[in-house]
Design a binder for this molecule. Structure first.
Ligand code: PMP
Length: 357
């Protein structure tokens, strides 16, 4: 079996034991004699699996009972619009730390006034703003943030505490570290980085917030529809939810989020140490105190060297190192499923490549 070292930004590496389990279970799901993609979403076997997915997510993240866990489609981009549709009544505040929060702010502006509570846009989104720089306007319905900025390689190390409902897009660091769910009123994550195939978004929404959903919305735009119908108002993305279930169980077997956080920190340190020890040959994009443990972004002295670096890395089966088209440079995405061995192989290659120049 020829598996490469996969540093793709999303969709991205999934845990090998889960891929193997999914393969083994594919033709006969839970003794039904049918595949998970062949059974009804109204069947007992499906419902049992979905309930278990919610239960294991609740255990992993310690989600309290007064939050609903819901499954939606349309990716992160649908949430850019949907949070505004449901909750933007006066004005929405945005912690603008990357192109995804920028897009969320633009999409939500369809429903009303949006503004930046803080922003690092003028500095190419290279840092996470400090809480004492926040400017919150009166009548702010919510503050929206992105916990990990996939493109720029920055990440909130601690979360802000604000006096209005806090919404968080956790798409690119979901289940990579413990978070205090009660600090947020709404968390969502497209699962295609850490947790499963593209096609489902996990939402964690506080019951008290659901009361403020805009009245008169079309059913499929309303969070209340998903909460009231246990995510089965229409056909949910059954395969994706099943896959999330298996990844969540795998995470529990690994020791849960505290254990995975420690492993992720160790992996990231291998690459950041390499950057910091390169006498400026590799330059990190993110300010040191804002560095992401999930996406390591860096530049080489010239675009030509970057192209050569990516080509040689690819030849060594180190895949997905080219930076996002909006930023250029290089990016190694090292989500939960990327092994320490993979990170060590990349660090070794980086050291070698530098020596050869
Ligand atoms: N939020 C974050 C943090 C992302 O990284 C991405 C995409 N990579 C999105 C939202 C958009 O997700 P989607 O492509 O599922 O619409």
């Amino acid at each position: 079996m020829a598996r490469v070292f996969n540093f793709n930004a999303g969709p991205s590496a999934m845990p090998l034991p889960v891929l193997q389990q999914v393969q083994a279970e594919f033709l006969d799901f839970d003794h039904t004699g049918m595949s998970i993609v062949e059974i009804s979403h109204r069947s007992a076997a499906y419902q049992k699996m979905q309930d278990d997915t919610v239960a294991v997510l609740r255990r992993l993240m310690q989600i309290p009972d007064d939050y609903h866990v819901i499954f939606m489609q349309g990716g992160g981009s649908m949430q850019f619009l949907m949070h505004g549709a449901n909750f933007l009544k006066h004005r929405g505040g945005y912690l603008n730390t990357g192109i995804w929060s920028d897009k969320a702010m633009k999409a939500a502006s369809y429903y009303g006034e949006v503004y930046e509570v803080a922003s690092s846009k003028a500095d190419h989104f290279s840092y996470i703003p400090k809480e004492d720089t926040f400017m919150v306007k009166p009548d702010t319905d919510y503050i929206y943030m992105t916990s990990n900025n996939t493109v720029h390689g920055t990440q909130w190390q601690t979360f802000p505490h604000v006096d209005v409902p806090l919404f968080c897009d956790m798409s690119s660091d979901f289940l990579s570290r413990p978070v205090v769910v009660t600090n947020f009123d709404f968390i969502y994550a497209g699962v295609q980085k850490n947790v499963g195939p593209a096609g489902v978004v996990v939402g964690i929404i506080k019951d008290s917030l659901l009361k403020h959903v805009r009245e008169g919305l079309p059913d499929m735009l309303s969070y209340r529809t998903f909460a009231d119908h246990d995510s089965t108002y229409n056909t949910p993305p059954v395969f994706c939810i099943y896959f999330v279930n298996r990844v969540a169980h795998w995470l529990e077997e690994q020791g849960g989020l505290t254990a995975i956080e420690a492993r992720n920190a160790k992996k990231a340190a291998l690459l950041y140490d390499c950057i910091d020890g390169s006498d400026g040959f590799y330059r990190g994009h993110a300010a040191k105190d804002s560095r992401s443990v999930m996406n390591v972004t860096f530049n080489l002295p010239t675009p030509e060297l970057e192209a050569k670096f990516v080509a040689e890395a690819t030849a060594r089966d180190l895949i997905g190192i080219k930076g996002h088209r909006s930023l250029g440079g290089c990016r190694a995405s090292i989500y939960n499923a990327v092994t320490e061995e993979a990170c060590q192989a990349l660090a070794d290659f980086m050291n070698e490549f530098k020596k050869k120049q």
